[in-house]
Design a binder for this molecule. Structure first.
Ligand SMILES: Cc1cc2nc3c(=O)[nH]c(=O)nc-3n(C[C@H](O)[C@H](O)[C@H](O)COP(=O)(O)OP(=O)(O)OC[C@H]3O[C@@H](n4cnc5c(N)ncnc54)[C@H](O)[C@@H]3O)c2cc1C
Length: 380
């Protein structure tokens, strides 16, 4: 058992951290105000190999492990968790195409996906089904040329912004076994978008409904086999959950780092506030909690990499634990900044808002508990 990152892993983390601090952090506040991330950023991210982190090397990706990928997301979130989480969704979709798509589909789209000339969104949730995702209603009827889609996807990160959408659709009435995955490219006839959602956090990412009104999709855009789409979507989510947890971890770490600096500068009652033992205990607790979260996350990623039978349970446990720890830590950091923590200039209130949604998406933290409890009851 070795808990130390390898030299290569340290280099990956450092590269992501430096890129984030130079290219993302200085703009995070402006992009949040603008409600969008400039599209020009993505090819630069692609050049680092971050557009296909765990797309296989044969398909032109970086072929990294899930553990390596969590390092990238932890480091990038230290610049902006909203931007980092958006990249995680793109990577989840890229991997689904690489793992399950036909050679023809991969040959046609993956090079641009990996280079991030094509940015991808993941479309599972619908207005009437979120946690109960297998109840999705968006229909894909067979036509001579492929499929005709009708229905609406809700809360789609990158809706109206992305270049293509990995969409879970119903091709038959057999519950989860009736779900298939198709790639819908921007500009497809019958594809439209709802208005931008006004959100608490992740404000630099556009979120919108994605609507299909007799939307024609060629048969070649089916990802994998008909009826397996729900399975693909869930497999994608195991890694997605690790990444979201890593985003909470990185953001909480930068908040704690900033808080330590601030506490050394801020004076009250004739001394810097880092001299109050009550506050020292709080920073110690945060350090302990973040280190525990980091170790747990890396163990879960290692389980996924080594295809351990309990990998899904560990991904769910890590997602729940790390996202809740992350939110607790950033909230405490805001408190230790006093009134200044509440002001946008100090960068902490944004992290409180950005991290809150990590407990809701990629499966809510209640659903994470459900996954864990089911596994425990099955194995008793
Ligand atoms: C900013 C943002 C971005 C998003 N991006 C995407 C995206 O890109 N693609 C995508 O497909 N989706 C996306 N989502 C949707 C997200 O995945 C869903 O919101 C989430 O899965 C929860 O679904 P819901 O909102 O319908 O809540 P519901 O499923 O209606 O849940 C409501 C409450 O009931 C609880 N609950 C539900 N079932 C159970 C149960 N069996 N036991 C105990 N508690 C339960 C939930 O935990 C929750 O607290 C995004 C959401 C947000 C807010």
């Amino acid at each position: 058992m070795d808990f130390a990152p390898t030299e290569e892993q340290t280099a990956i983390f450092d590269m992501a951290y430096e890129f984030g601090q130079a290219q993302i952090a200085p703009h995070a506040h402006t992009w949040e105000k603008d409600g969008t991330i400039p599209k020009e950023l993505w090819p630069r991210v692609g050049e680092l190999g971050f557009g296909g982190l765990y797309v296989s090397e044969e398909s032109g990706g970086s072929g990294l492990s899930r553990l390596d990928a969590t390092l990238v997301f932890e480091a990038l979130s230290m610049a902006c968790p909203s931007v980092a989480a958006f990249l995680s969704i793109h990577n989840m979709c890229a991997r689904m195409i690489d793992a399950f798509g036909s050679d023809a589909l991969k040959d046609r789209v993956l090079a641009d996906v990996v280079a991030m000339n094509t940015v991808l969104s993941y479309c599972l949730t619908e207005p009437g089904s979120g946690s109960d995702a297998a109840a999705l209603k968006t229909r894909a009827e067979r036509t001579n040329e492929g499929y005709r889609l009708n229905g609406t996807k809700a809360f789609i990160s990158g809706g109206g912004y992305s270049d293509a959408y990995v969409v879970m659709v119903r091709t038959s009435d057999e519950g989860a076994a009736g779900v298939s995955t198709v790639l819908v490219e921007d500009g497809a006839r019958g594809l439209s978008f709802g208005g931008l959602e006004d959100k608490m956090g992740w404000r630099s990412q556009p979120t919108a409904q994605v609507q299909f009104d007799n939307c024609e999709v060629p048969a070649a855009n089916l990802v994998g086999e008909e009826g397996k789409g729900f399975k693909y979507a869930m497999i994608g989510l195991d890694g997605g959950r690790l990444n979201i947890a890593a985003c909470s971890l990185g953001a909480a770490q930068i908040a704690l780092d900033k808080t330590l600096d601030y506490m050394g500068e801020r004076k009250a009652f004739g001394q810097s506030i880092d001299q109050f033992q009550g506050l020292q205990f709080r920073i110690a607790d945060m350090e302990i909690e973040l280190q525990a979260a980091r170790t747990f996350l890396r163990q879960a990623a290692w389980k996924l990499d080594t295809k351990a039978p309990d990998a899904t349970k560990f991904c769910a446990m890590a997602k729940k634990f790390v996202t809740e720890t992350g939110s607790k830590v950033v909230d405490q950091c805001l408190q230790l900044h006093g009134g200044y923590g509440y002001l946008a200039d100090y960068g902490i209130e944004k992290l409180v808002r950005d991290l809150r949604v990590h407990q809701i998406l990629e499966g809510t933290n209640e659903i994470m508990r459900l996954i864990v409890a089911r596994d425990m009851l099955k194995n008793r």
